[in-house]
Design a protein around this ligand. Sequence first.
Ligand SMILES: [Zn+2]
Ligand SMILES: [Zn+2]
Length: 464
Amino acid sequence: MIKFSYAKRVISGITSVGMLALFFLCSMPVAAENQTDAYTEISDAAGLMAVANAPEGNYRLTADIDLGESEWQPIPFSGKLDGAGHTLYNLHVTATGKDKRVTRDGNLKEYDTEFAGLFSVMENAEVKDLSLKGAFVDISGKGSCFAAILSGYSDGSTVSGCSVEGRVHMINNGVNAGVAGVAGYGTGVFEECKADVELVFEDRYTEGKCEQFLGGIMSCGIGDFKSCDVNINAYDSCHGYVHNGGIVGMFYRCGMKYSKRSITSCYVEGQISFFEDNKDRRAYCKPFGGEFLTAPKINSNNKHKLTINETKDYSKVLSPEACEKPDYETTVTPPDCTNWGYTKHTCRTCDYSWIDSYTPPQHDADKWVTVSESDYEHEGLKRQYCKKCGNLISEKTIPLKSADKEKDKKSADNSNVTVWAIAASSGILLILEIAAIIYSHKRNKAAESEGTDSEKTDDNDEIS
Ligand SMILES: [Zn+2]
Ligand SMILES: [Zn+2]
């Protein structure tokens, strides 16, 4: 009894230690140098989409990712994402995310609003050292809606060292709406961000006048915009109120609690073409902020080479493609050993062009070469090098030569011999048996003719 309870305690002790160890193992981060650095690694599109299951998590990219396999569904994000210098290629968004938030116009009137981008909404998120290339956010909004490449909405988020390259197009059917390079609506810090973007806003809202916003970094909101670099190509056809800026469309607190408000050391180049088909015309369009309802600190290091083209012809929707009947030439630049390839579409008539369909780097694989053959004790090695750069692409081992295999082969041969022997002997036995039957039959016939009953003889034998 004493022994039993002692053993039980020992077992239960071992189990507890085991459980504790298991608990610590399970709660250990995927890759952590210490607890504060714990993060989940992302290396493919599925991994990035899985962020939706834990939006408050801490993530790091370990590879460039092609998102072009299928259309992206915008996801909410409130964690940390370290791009680690990697790029997301071919983001294609045509639908807003599920997450709605309230947005406000210049009179603090509220609108239930939808958002589109890589993220639908960012809240207290941190995103750094991430690039997006070949992005196309193409939204036909049903109501109030904001779209941008990184996120449609931002509340108190910090975006640093990030760059976006691509197109954001919106057909607007709501009151409060906007397009931007990095973030649509809200608050945040945007530091050392780059935007090389084509922004197109077409207003089809007919029940009144829309509040329209467009900005290289953010379309409407406040925050710190530091050392941002914008190359903008924008077309805005609006029948309501225009707010267009190279950095921010309308600089405004929007009723949100946020104290950061500056535009410092930013650079803007490119052009904004727009019309404001509205008798109550204000037509806010300026290089850094279209309209300032909340005053930011603006330093003298902001520079621009922005061209503003306002037209009063409201009959034709403004578009980067100027031709009635565009004639496109498609040029595919294949990838090489280190750079992604891409497709460029250029109109032969007006020279308008855009880039999409990035394809991952590819080596030109040469034939496999045998580095060492295998023997009975050592595996061999094969390698494959790139024809162009000479880099090792892949290698594989050549399995051990198997003595057993030789033996197996021999025994297989032997067993074949056995089978044949059995078959042959069976044949001989069969022949002998048939011969015996024939012989016995003949003997019986002979006996019958002599009047002797062989069966009787047998019976007699049994009796005796
Ligand atoms: Zn053209
Ligand atoms: Zn190569």
